[in-house]
Design a protein around this ligand. Structure first.
Ligand SMILES: [Zn+2]
Length: 122
């Protein structure tokens, strides 16, 4: 799970993973990359998040807002992985990657590479 301080950064990253999103609170509206980036920019200008908050992007490109460092409010759902199992909190997200699939050593939550063998973690 990647973390970003602004929604625009999150959206730019998500756009490398996916090309279509649905807004979580309206299942009729579909966003393409351009529309997502415009919405993200407006959101940053109108409702910048405070220091304790950040955006997260799931491996499929779903964008969520983490307000208290724990619970995740998923905002833009990736249409590339509709059955994705999204964690409700960051701690449950980090539990998904607990051990290196290659060598089995413990992995720090959020680490990109295994400290034991250097395998890239997804
Ligand atoms: Zn390893």
């Amino acid at each position: 799970m990647e973390r970003f301080n602004t929604m625009l950064e999150a959206a730019e990253y998500a756009a490398t993973l996916c090309n279509s999103w649905s807004f979580a609170y309206s299942n009729t509206e579909v966003y393409d990359s351009a529309k997502l980036l415009v919405s993200a920019q407006m959101s940053d200008e109108e409702n910048p998040v405070d220091e304790d908050s950040f955006y997260v992007v799931s491996p499929s490109g779903t964008i969520g807002l983490c307000q208290d460092g724990e619970e995740i409010d998923w905002l833009f759902l990736s249409n590339c992985a509709v059955d994705e199992d999204l964690p409700a909190t960051l701690s449950s997200a980090s539990q998904q990657i607990k051990f290196c699939p290659n060598c089995g050593s413990g992995v720090v939550p959020g680490a990109r590479f295994c400290a034991g063998c250097g395998t890239k973690l997804s």
